[in-house]
Design a binder for this molecule. Structure first.
Ligand SMILES: Nc1ncnc2c1ncn2[C@@H]1O[C@H](COP(=O)(O)OP(=O)(O)OP(=O)(O)O)[C@@H](O)[C@H]1O
Length: 135
């Protein structure tokens, strides 16, 4: 399996809960290397553009509101099978359905405040990395 890159966001709920370090430790201890990282406050435009594929969904307004409610940590993770591995470490979108030992099970409270985002395919990883890091 080739070395792959994926894009990750530690969302405002997790930053507010002071668990950035604990989440980053999950990545590092599972073989994912942080190759880009920035703490930043997303503007409305940045959040809307990032989630453009969800524009027609009923929760879009709340999602943008939530993602701009406080700072996030945007990161590029690198490792073998990074995209699928990161999705596995994150757990299901709804923390109530997330497997034991996953980031969302341990640190998230609800389907909107769900601690992390991770790219779901090579195409989205490429788009999302370019969106925030321009490469
Ligand atoms: N029914 C919903 N109600 C509220 N928010 C939702 C709902 N479904 C999804 N979301 C929010 O939109 C984000 C994107 O949804 P998507 O279906 O792409 O989930 P995901 O791929 O697991 O999450 P992410 O894209 O953040 O990694 C979710 O992480 C969640 O924060």
């Amino acid at each position: 399996m080739a070395i792959e890159r994926t894009f990750s966001i530690i969302k405002p709920d997790a930053v507010a809960k002071n668990v950035i370090g604990k989440i980053v430790s999950r990545f590092e201890s599972n073989g994912l290397k942080i190759v880009e990282m920035q703490l930043k406050q997303l503007s409305r435009e940045e959040a809307e553009g990032f989630y453009a594929e969800h524009k027609e969904r009923p929760f879009f307004g709340d999602l943008v509101e939530f993602m701009t409610s406080g700072p996030v940590v945007v990161q590029v993770l690198e490792g073998e099978n990074a995209i699928a591995l990161n999705r596995e470490l994150m757990g299901a979108t709804n923390p109530q359905e997330a497997a034991e030992g996953t980031i969302r099970r341990d640190f998230a409270q609800s389907i909107d405040a769900n601690a992390v985002h991770g790219s779901d395919s090579p195409a989205s990883a490429e788009r999302e990395i370019a969106y925030f890091f321009g490469k």
